[in-house]
Design a protein around this ligand. Sequence first.
Ligand code: GLC
Length: 551
Amino acid sequence: MEQLAWWQKTIVYEAYPKSFLDTEGAGTGTLQGIIQKLDYLASLGVGAIWLTPVYCSPMKDNGYDIANYYDIDPRFGTMDDMDQLIAEAEKRNIRIVMDLVMNHTSDENPWFIESSSSKESEKSNWYIWQDAKEDGSEPTNWRGVFGGSTWTWCESRRQYYYHTFAEFQPDLNWECEEMRRELYRMARFWLDKGLGGFRIDAVVYIKKRPFEDAVPDTPDSMADITLLGSNIPGILDFLNEFKHEVMDGYDAFTVAEANGVKPEELPDWVGDTGVFDMLFEFNHMDVAMGKNGAWYKPARWKLPDLTSALTASQTATAQNGWYPIYFENHDQARAVSQFFPRAVNTTAASKMFGCVLMTLRGTPFLYQGEELGYLNVAWSSIDCYDDVSSYNQYDLALQAGKTEEQALACVHLHSRDNARTPMQWDASENAGFTTGTPWLPIHDDYQTCNVEVQSTNPNSVLEWYRSLAQLREDLPVLIEGDYEELLPGDEHIYAFSRTNGSEKAVILANFAERFVPYDTTLAEGLTVALSTHGNHTPGSLQPFEAVIWRN
Ligand code: GLC
């Protein structure tokens, strides 16, 4: 087997800095907060920390609206804090990974302010401007990912500008070479600080399709841009240029958010022949979430929907590239609540997901709170939520004929804010997250679900994750081994093996909250390495039990 790179052998932890740890009493997390918890993260076996954006931003989409790429937002700290974080992390063998948002900026970015000032401005062409239709309306009938038209009128230019996401997130014009060069310069500025890589945001949208009306497909009679506007031919020219002008020569990885890339296109996108090292796919998450993020439509799923999606990705990345495994991130609700809204033993379900996360072939991406078995919140009104996309999906649900109560139930199930509540460090006021008022309410369960309490309980979700991380160190087959699904189509058990020469591991995860028998020949000649329930009885899996065997 070819020598694996450092990022293929490690675990990546996604931190949502705004909700991680506040050292200033302002109610929002800081970079110093992350520095304080580096030993904690090292104890989880983490080798890289992906920070969602910490650049200067008005924070209308929590940093995914960048006003200045070259500085840290004062709410998070200073450039010195960032340099200190990179250095302190490195002492613990942890690399820092930043989020690179190159599809759009904030409308408060001076680039946009200049571009919007007049058609003659120096940066006139850095964003996407179009004249109105003859009747003065928007150039196309496209609906943005966060709702409403993808076009907003600008009086100073008497033109519309284009935005894939919210109106305050104008899209950059990648056809403009001068703009691209500036983005590349900016990315190298950060790599030169010693970053371990970039998570590349919304990159499938950088190339635009011809600006023409499309067939309406949402309750507001517009055409949703989520699929329509992604992965447009010609995009790879830009991405190849990015790869060579930015990434070549650095020991840093790229993981791109890439919905809409088809399996047969993967060789162009990942691996030796592709533009990135890894791609985040959405297929396995869409099983519970609904296609293309349209989560106001109820999604009914069966285990084979999930396992066949996972196996398809495992098979595709066995040929090309490497797989970033995830069940949670800052855009997803908590996995257990989303997949099993009626689960009783949520601790067992969290451990079962953890087992799959840490034993599939690829690099596990663990999202903050997942290691504690966080669950969704259920606030009493849409006004309690902060997230732009939750407002949008709530409105869509109402337009689709749901009652307010039903629309709110969709928000409870899928809102991104479920993943954004503050970290729970201990049982003190505000869970030890802040001495001020937290920007988003702390989950009600913080007195029992927190790092301090779980660290002293050998049966906690947190200790389970630590055992899994240790097992990955002890059992190289979990990192290097090939994947094979053992019971395709099974409605309750997800079973797979990992093999590398004579080394073998078998994983069985019971996705049902009831006892399920299994054929013991699946693990013949192997011994139990870890089991979620501690006392595995051969031949039967307890509700949500997961077991790892090894030879
Ligand atoms: C990505 C981010 C998401 C953000 C959006 C717009 O999907 O993960 O949080 O809102 O891009 O930048």
